[in-house]
Write a protein that binds this ligand. Structure first.
Ligand code: AMP
Ligand code: MG
Length: 411
C-alpha cells in the first residue's frame, strides 16, 4: 500500500461511488422487542395484526340513556315518551340485566351497551323524573352506539413492517394489547476520537489545547439517525491505542474523528488497511476530501477528518445514510428542504461535490463566505446547506437551489 502521509492522495473517489459501495453493504439490523414507552421513532420490524377487536364490546358514544330505538319512535319535545329507568352502565361497570321494552338505562360515554338496548338518546333530550326518563327525541337503532371493532377489527393489519413509529402508533399498539413491539435494533456506534490536542467536552480550551467538539456533534447526529453511541475515550495519536479501538466488538459501525488525512500523526488509514481493508481514502468533495471508508472485522469504519465542518459533512454524506439503513430507515438525508433562488453565485469545480453552508435571507439563499473546514461557526450561522453535484462547475446567481435545512421545525 502506498503511504500517503505527507504526500497526498494520488486519486480520489467520487461521492457516488462511495455511496454505492455503502448501499451494497448495509441492511437493516435484526429485530428486538422494545418497550411500548420507548418505541416512538423506532422502526417497526414486523407487520402488526390485531388479535382483538377494539372495542371488544358495543359501547355508548354519548352520555345519555340506552334504549330500544323503536320505543322512542314518535318522541319529540311536544310529546316526550316516558321510559322506566332500571339502572346505569358506566365505563368498566356494565349493567348486568337486560333492557326490556319500555325501559331505559342511564349510560356514560364508553360504557358497555346493556343487553336489549340498541340505541342511545343524548342526555340533552332526556329528563329524569321520579324513576322515569322522558325522552324527547326519536333515535333509530344503532344511533350513538359504537360497534364491536369500530376502531380496530381482529385480523386487521394495524401497522406495516418498516413503519417509523409515531406517538399515535404507540397508542394503537397499546390499545390492541401489545407490550413490546418488535423493532429494528438501533445500530451501536463506536467513536474513536483521536488527537493529542484534545480536551474532553466541558473543558475550557487552554494554550495549544482545543476542546473535542466533534464527538458532541457526532453523538447528536447518531441519535438523530436512530443509532446509539457506545462509551468511548479520547485517544492520543498513538497507533496501538487507535488499533485497539478500531476493533471494538460491541460496535456495528465505527466512526473515527481526526487523523484521517495525510499528516504524520494520521495513523487511522494505515491501521485500517493493516487490520482490515481501506476501501476508499480521499474523496472528490469539499470539504471532507481526506475521508476514508474501510472495514475491520466485518464492520464499516468511517474515517472522518478532524476539521469540524469536514467531520459533520463526511458524516452526512456517508455515515448518516449507513446508520439510517441499519436502523431500518431510508438512506436519504432527513432534512427538511426548501427551493429558493440564489442571491449570489456558488463556485465549485467539475468532478467535485461541494457541501456549501448557506444563509436564507428574505426568501433568497446566500453562500457563507467564511467557509473553511475548520470554521464550525459557519454551520451555526447557516440555515442549511446546498449540495453542488459533481457535474456542475457552480450555480449561477438567480438559479433555484434546494437547501437542506438544519432545523426540523418551521420557526
Ligand atoms: P486532523 O484530521 O486530526 O488532522 O485534524 C484536523 C483539524 O481538526 C485540526 O485542527 C484538529 O485540531 C481539529 N480536530 C481534530 N479532532 C477534533 C475534535 N474532536 N474536535 C474539534 N476539532 C478537532
Ligand atoms: Mg489530528
Amino acid at each position: 500500500m502506498r503511504d500517503v502521509r505527507m504526500r497526498g492522495f494520488a486519486q480520489r473517489a467520487d461521492v457516488e461511488e462511495v455511496d454505492a459501495f455503502l448501499r451494497d453493504f448495509t441492511h437493516p439490523l435484526e429485530a428486538e422487542p422494545v418497550d411500548l414507552l420507548e418505541c416512538v421513532g423506532r422502526t417497526l420490524a414486523e407487520e402488526v395484526r390485531a388479535e382483538v377487536d377494539v372495542p371488544g364490546f358495543a359501547r355508548s358514544a354519548m352520555d345519555g340513556y340506552a334504549v330500544r330505538g323503536e320505543d322512542t319512535f314518535g318522541a319529540s319535545a311536544y310529546s316526550p315518551i316516558p321510559l322506566a329507568l332500571d339502572g346505569q352502565s358506566l365505563p368498566g361497570q356494565p349493567f348486568t340485566g337486560r333492557v326490556k321494552a319500555g325501559h331505559a338505562i342511564r349510560v356514560m360515554t364508553g360504557a358497555p351497551m346493556p343487553d336489549g338496548a340498541d340505541a342511545v338518546v343524548m342526555a340533552e333530550y332526556c329528563e329524569e323524573i321520579d324513576g322515569r326518563v322522558e325522552v324527547s327525541e326519536a333515535v333509530a337503532p344503532q344511533k350513538h352506539v359504537g360497534a364491536v371493532g369500530e376502531d380496530v377489527r381482529i385480523g386487521d393489519t394495524v401497522l406495516r413492517a418498516g413503519r417509523r413509529l409515531r406517538p399515535q402508533d404507540a397508542g394503537i399498539l397499546a390499545s390492541i394489547g401489545i407490550a413490546r413491539p418488535r423493532c429494528v435494533r438501533r445500530p451501536r456506534v463506536g467513536l474513536v476520537v483521536t488527537g493529542d490536542e484534545l480536551l474532553p467536552p466541558g473543558s475550557r480550551p487552554e494554550g495549544p489545547k482545543i476542546v473535542d467538539s466533534n464527538s458532541v456533534v457526532l453523538r447528536a447526529l447518531v441519535d438523530r439517525d436512530g443509532g446509539e453511541v457506545l462509551p468511548f475515550e479520547i485517544l492520543p495519536d498513538q497507533p496501538d491505542r487507535i488499533r485497539a479501538a478500531l476493533r471494538n466488538s460491541d460496535a456495528d459501525v465505527v466512526l473515527v474523528s481526526g487523523g484521517s488525512s495525510v499528516g504524520t500523526e494520521d495513523h487511522a488509514p494505515r491501521l485500517v488497511a493493516e487490520i482490515g481493508s481501506l476501501d476508499f481514502h480521499g474523496i472528490s468533495m469539499r470539504p471532507s476530501s481526506p475521508t476514508g471508508i474501510g472495514r475491520v472485522d466485518g464492520r464499516l469504519v468511517f474515517l472522518l477528518p478532524g476539521n469540524p465542518v469536514s467531520c459533520l459533512c463526511a458524516y452526512e454524506f456517508f455515515a448518516g445514510p449507513t446508520l439510517r439503513a441499519l436502523a431500518g430507515r431510508g438512506r436519504g438525508w432527513p432534512h427538511r428542504r426548501i427551493v429558493l433562488p440564489l442571491a449570489k453565485k456558488i463556485t465549485s469545480m467539475i468532478g467535485r461535490t461541494d457541501y456549501v453552508r448557506v444563509e436564507i435571507d428574505n426568501g433568497s439563499v446566500t453562500p457563507i463566505a467564511t467557509g473553511g473546514a475548520s470554521i464550525l461557526s459557519s454551520t451555526v450561522q447557516a440555515s442549511g446547506c446546498v449540495i453542488v453535484p459533481r457535474g456542475l462547475e457552480g450555480m449561477p446567481e438567480g438559479s433555484e437551489v434546494e437547501v437542506f435545512l438544519y432545523d426540523d421545525e418551521q420557526p
